[in-house]
Structures are given as C-alpha cells and as structure tokens.
Design a binder for this molecule. Structure first.
Ligand SMILES: [Zn+2]
Ligand SMILES: [Zn+2]
Length: 436
C-alpha cells in the first residue's frame, strides 16, 4: 500500500493517502482523464493522420513511466513497462476519428474540418468514441504503473491508428509489433457501446464481430437506344437479377444457424431515360464469422453472377467481373479461456447485474488481427457502456432511440464511462498478469 501511494505521488497522480481501493484511486484520477478526453474530443484526427493525438499519447505514456516507441505502423505508439518475470500482456486502444460533422452541441464539440479526397469538406468527429478508449487506456497505464509492486510481467500498451479504415492493426504488425517488442501471450481491447448505459460492461467469448469483405461487380452490356432493347444486352436488367438472386444465397443455401450478411450498398448504371447503358456497377459488403462461411459467400456470389449472366444470354466476352478487395477485416474472436477469466473478474468487481453479454454483431474491428497473426495469443475485446443513464432510461432501453456509433449526435457520458473503462481494463489486465 505504502509503495502504491509513494509511487502515485512520484507519478504526480492526485491520489489521496486514504486511497486503498481501485475505485478510489481511479476516481481520484478521473478529473485528469476527463480533461484529457475533452481535449482529444475537441481535436480529432482521421485515420493515419493521428499526428498530434499520437504525440500526446506518447507523452502521456512516457510521463506514466513507460518506454515509448513512436511511428510503429505510421502513427502507432508502443509503450512498454517491464516489471519482472511474468506474462507479456498487450492492451490496445485506437486513435482515429471519422469524417462526421458533430451535432452534439456539447461545449467541447469538435469544430474541425477536413478536405475530402473526392472533393468537398466535412467536419471531423470522434463519433466512434476512440477518445474514450484512449483516455481509459491512459488511466489504466497510469494506475498499473503506480501499482507496479502488486503485479509482475511485461505490460505493453499500444495506441493504434486507422481502425476505421481497417489498416492500423495490419500496419503495426507489418512494422514488427511482434518482432521488435516482446510478443504478447494476452491481448485485451475495449470499445465503448452506444446501447449500454454507463457503469455496465459487455463481454462474451467466441466470435463477437464479423469478417468484412468489400466486393465489386462490374456488369457488362451492349448499350443502345432504349426503344430497341432487342438490339442490346441490357446490364441494368442483368444487374437487377443478380441483386435479386444474391438474396437467396443466405436465405436458401446457408445453414439458417450461421450468421451472414450480403448487402448491395451501391447500384450505379446509366445516364438517361432512353439509353440502354453499356455497364452497371454493384458494390457489396459481405459479412461472416468463420473462414469457411466467408469462402462460401464469395464462391456463391461468383457462381450467381456467372449463372445469371449465362441466363441473360451474355457471350463469354461480356461476362461480369467480380472483384473481391484484397483488404478485408477478419472476424474478432474472443478466446474462451482468457475471456471467461476476465468475465469472472468483472463479475466479482462490478456485480453480476453490471456484466452483460456482448451480443455478437456483424460490424468489423481490426483488433481481430492481433490474435489472427498468432492464434496461440489469448484475445478479448469487451464493451463499456457509454450512454448517460438518464438518456438510456428516457429511451426505455430501446437502442433504436439512441444515437448509434458513427452518429453525429453520439455523446458518451465521459466521467462514468472513463471511470468504468479504467477500472475494467485494470481488472482485466490484472486477471492475466502475474501476481506478487
Ligand atoms: Zn467505428
Ligand atoms: Zn470504433
């Protein structure tokens, strides 16, 4: 205990001498973390442009006593604290914001704008709450450094760029995350939830987020006058048939117990009422959990596209082309052993009523890559409730009445969310770190 207080004073944390529990220590540090949160919220940076954010994170981690390496995977930060023999545990937060114009009306709302690649401009906002993740992670790093006498092992805290573009984890791994630094036996990440009230957590084992693939279909045709369809090969009709038949891939071919999504998000063709187009272009998002289902869907899309083109009488040289983007986000898998250990620790600390199931969803998270790069690594991503209790109550707990993640109106309740985030992340880390 004395060691903790002495270390805390050395670290410059405002920890009262009577602080003898995790909750008290975290509560004492929360004003610092909320101020950090508001700064990050007002100064968001989009994927791979997290220059100032990354510098601030590096400075905070250095101040907490970590050895810090910057520029890992472009703007990524790796901070290490070696603390005797024990497991290597890696904690991850993401840093990027989104091109969304904030409409929360908060005093610390972002006023930042950026030029978009395709022209025009947009506001920039931490609409996914990655500022909550960073603030909670800095609180966790400060607390674990201040209580070094109570645990053993090597703690690695990473601040990852570009989660929203799906390239940050990939680039940090490609830049030698597991070679230049000790390879972790355990990785843990957190994400805020726009559907859980503050003070609650979501955790489940198994798949919790999906494989995400982007697929383009270039439907070819033979254009001409809209009055003489018999002289053309109409790509709009063929593309429409493809869209219709794709709906049967999941409803008629896949085991009903297997989750999957095929959404045609874009259908572009033609210029004018009376012209039959030369081409139509479809853009799909394809979601699944297992590698097998992912392959089944991709193969099925290719087969349906070719089959419909044959049915439409397309010659071989006008066959549609299916392009599956190289870049995909793999499904996030929470390994059962570690996840159940963390869940038990959460239940003990927060009580059973605060620890909810993490309902698996079809969104994607590149946190998955840290486990996928070496499947012997135990991996857990959990959720922290971010919805103000009064807002949650007013919505009757109906998530459709609450602003979702990526909404311009998403406004986490910072104080209780970060407090729970730090307590939960410290608890999770301590459940797998060595004991003294
Ligand atoms: Zn997001
Ligand atoms: Zn996110």
């Amino acid at each position: 205990m004395r060691r903790f207080v002495a270390a805390a004073i050395f670290m410059g944390l405002a920890v009262p001498a009577a602080a003898d529990t995790l909750s008290d220590a975290v509560a004492a540090d929360t004003p610092y973390l909320v101020a950090l949160y508001k700064h990050l919220h007002a100064n968001p940076e989009v994927s791979f442009q997290e220059v100032e954010t990354s510098a601030r994170m590096a400075a905070e981690l250095k101040k907490a006593g970590f050895t810090v390496t910057t520029g890992v995977g472009k703007t990524g930060v790796v901070a290490m604290l070696k603390n005797g023999d024990g497991p290597v545990v890696m904690l991850r937060a993401d840093m990027d914001a989104l091109p969304v114009t904030e409409e929360t009306g908060l005093p610390y709302a972002s006023k930042k704008t950026i030029q978009l690649e395709g022209g025009g401009s947009s506001g920039v906002m931490h609409a996914c709450g990655h500022d909550i993740h960073m603030s909670s992670m800095i609180g966790t790093a400060r607390h674990l450094a201040a209580t070094k006498g109570e645990w053993a092992g090597t703690l690695i805290v990473i601040m990852q760029p570009a989660e929203e573009r799906g390239g940050g984890a990939r680039d940090m791994l490609a830049d030698g995350l597991y070679e230049r630094f000790p390879k972790p036996a355990h990785v843990i990440g957190l994400h805020d939830s726009a559907t859980l009230p503050t003070g609650t957590l979501g955790i489940s084992d198994g798949f919790v987020m999906a494989n995400v693939d982007s697929v383009d279909i270039e439907v070819k045709g033979k254009g001409g006058h809209g009055a003489y369809p018999h002289t053309t090969k109409d790509p709009v009709v063929l593309a429409s048939r493809i869209v219709g038949t794709l709906q049967t891939l999941i409803s008629r071919e896949l085991d009903p117990q297997t989750p999957a999504v095929v959404t045609v998000g874009a259908f572009n063709a033609g210029t004018k009422h009376n012209i039959i187009s030369d081409a139509a272009h479809l853009q799909l998002t394809v979601r699944s959990y297992s590698d097998e289902t992912r392959q089944f869907l991709i193969d099925g899309i290719k087969r349906i596209v070719r089959g419909e083109a044959i049915a439409a009488g397309m010659p071989e040289d006008l066959m549609p082309v299916v392009i599956v983007a190289d870049e995909f986000t793999p499904a996030t898998y929470n390994t059962p052993a570690q996840t159940m250990t963390i869940k038990a620790a959460f239940t003990e600390r927060f009580g059973e009523d605060k620890v909810k199931p993490y309902r698996p969803e079809m969104g994607g998270e590149d946190f998955s890559r840290y486990h996928r790069a070496d499947k012997s690594i135990e991996s857990t991503l959990f959720r922290i409730g971010a919805v103000k209790q009064s807002t949650y109550d007013a919505a009757g707990g109906d998530p459709t009445k609450l602003p979702s993640l990526h909404s311009s109106k998403f406004a986490p309740d910072p104080e209780p969310t970060i407090r729970t985030g730090v307590e939960a992340m410290v608890t999770a880390a301590r459940s797998v770190l060595g004991k003294r």
